[in-house]
Design a protein around this ligand. Sequence first.
Ligand code: AP5
Length: 222
Amino acid sequence: STSEPLKVMISGAPASGKGTQCELMVNKFGLVHISTGDLLRAEVSAGTDIGEKAKEFMNAGRLVPDEIVAAMVTARLSREDVKQKGWLLDGYPRSLAQAESLEKLKIRPDVYVVLDVPDEILIDRCVGRRLDPVTGKIYHIKNFPPETEEIKARLITRPDDTEEKVKSRLEIYKQNVEAILSTYSNIMKTIDGSRPKEVVFEEIYSLLSEVQKDKVKLIKSG
Ligand code: AP5
């Protein structure tokens, strides 16, 4: 372990596999996973003020206002576990304003991973996605069916996973992507996310291992 833990951002269109890959990265690298989608869904189900405000935007497949999300992320990033273990930011920044607010705070990742997946695959992945509310695990009715009947019976569908809403989420992603990429172009790695999840992860694993090695070298050489 090093005195400077890894800092990773992962981005990609809706259902490109960010959450799926984050689960695998957390297992291997012990990073703190900060998913703005997960944080917002938790606020919605707890019925907090933030959740009440965010709900209508999320259900419509639109972005939640920047101030709400920025405050949530900054609070989470300042907690002690993040300093110890490093962070994995998933679904943030998602607009130029969000990227700029991180830059202002001098919060930058070591690497910016982009999962690249063609549109037709994305729609199918979203519509077939199911979540286990007990374990938080992500399933897909065809690609990754649940292991048992008991799990199958409790799976839920996200309200924003209808074909129509996926199309609108994809549109919003495309409107914002260029502006965000320009902030991170020098540390960006694009990975073909259309392959099986284990294959995608192998590539992410060797990428992060390299980045980690380089950090250790930098620290040792002062
Ligand atoms: P968020 O939860 O971030 O949704 P998203 O970006 O649309 O991404 P998803 O969670 O849909 O997909 P994913 O890439 O994680 O894919 P997954 O691994 O699940 O955001 C939701 C909403 O919250 C937003 O619309 C917005 O309203 C709000 N929000 C969040 N962040 C915000 C921000 N920063 N600012 C403002 N608003 C914000 O995989 C998808 C499916 O495919 C699964 O079924 C999975 O099993 C399957 N799958 C995964 N990998 C593979 C593979 N390799 N092969 C085959 N199937 C696969």
